[in-house]
Ligand binder design. Structure first.
Ligand SMILES: [Fe+2]
Length: 268
């Protein structure tokens, strides 16, 4: 059996009854949680890669706590630029942090080493790792010598063709990529922040950006304006089937109605 991991991102929760761009972030995340519980309760871990909250209010983290009550999977929560570290830690004291108090941690998934980074640079839209967080990562990668690593961070180190994000990506890209290159077995980057599905390679390392569960963006490659759309919430199912990693994107609800069954005669 392959190990199974669920990746969600950017739920942008607000306090009870609140909306974001006219959308109900709680209802959309709950629909994903319900779908995961019904279809992937056997998964080993669920990761939410930041922008848990829309503006870091304690009430929004309370909404997340309530939604996770009874959720069948262990959950690793991460921070994005819309989060507030102190409010998050007050609401989730059980989530691991590094010795400096950053919401960074590491765990194993069979042979895979999973590393979760905290790129929040309070008050800024861009992401930052800083010397202390990079030093922590360097030690973790040394400890994982020879093992494949999956790295999770909210801010993409770099993505070409998105002018809106040109100045709000990760600012420590060069030292991060140096560390990843030195380790040599970083298998995949799981990312958020962009609110759209993007995949490819960065310096030879495959990556995927989740579309998120709340408002989404269209990939307007030559337009610096951010245009949000009411897209379908989605999450990613990652199957670690050594030596392979397979990623399935799941939309909630499915994009259209059932119109037939494979192997059955088509309906007129
Ligand atoms: Fe976001």
């Amino acid at each position: 059996m392959p190990a199974k991991l669920i990746h969600l991102t950017d739920p942008h929760l607000v306090g009870p009854g609140g909306r974001v761009h006219g959308l109900d972030p709680r209802a959309r995340l709950k629909a994903c949680f319900d779908h995961i519980a019904a279809n992937h309760a056997d998964a080993d871990l669920c990761v939410i890669s930041g922008d848990l909250s829309d503006s870091g209010q304690p009430e929004s983290y309370g909404v997340l706590r309530d939604l996770l009550d009874g959720f069948p999977l262990p959950v690793r929560l991460m921070l994005g630029n819309h989060d507030a570290r102190a409010a998050f830690r007050a609401a989730f004291p059980d989530q691991p942090v590094d010795p400096d108090g950053f919401v960074q941690s590491v765990t194993d998934l069979d042979a895979e080493c999973l590393v979760f980074l905290d790129t929040l640079d309070g008050g800024h839209l861009h992401g930052r790792l800083c010397e202390r967080r990079l030093a922590w990562l360097s030690v973790r990668l040394d400890e994982a010598a020879g093992r494949p690593v999956s790295l999770f961070l909210h801010h993409p180190p770099l993505v070409a063709g998105l002018p809106h994000f040109a100045h709000i990506m990760l600012v420590d890209t060069a030292p991060l990529m140096d560390l990843l290159r030195r380790h040599g077995r970083v298998r995949h980057l799981f990312l958020g922040h962009l609110h759209m599905a993007v995949s490819g390679t960065m310096d030879g390392i495959p990556f995927t950006v989740g579309r998120g569960t709340c408002h989404q963006m269209q990939p307007t490659l030559d337009d610096p304006r951010a245009t949000f759309v009411d897209g379908t919430p989605s999450y990613t199912v990652a199957l670690y089937d050594d030596p392979d990693l397979i990623l399935h994107e799941v939309e909630v609800p499915a994009r259209g109605p059932v119109v037939g069954l494979a192997g059955q005669p088509a309906q007129p």
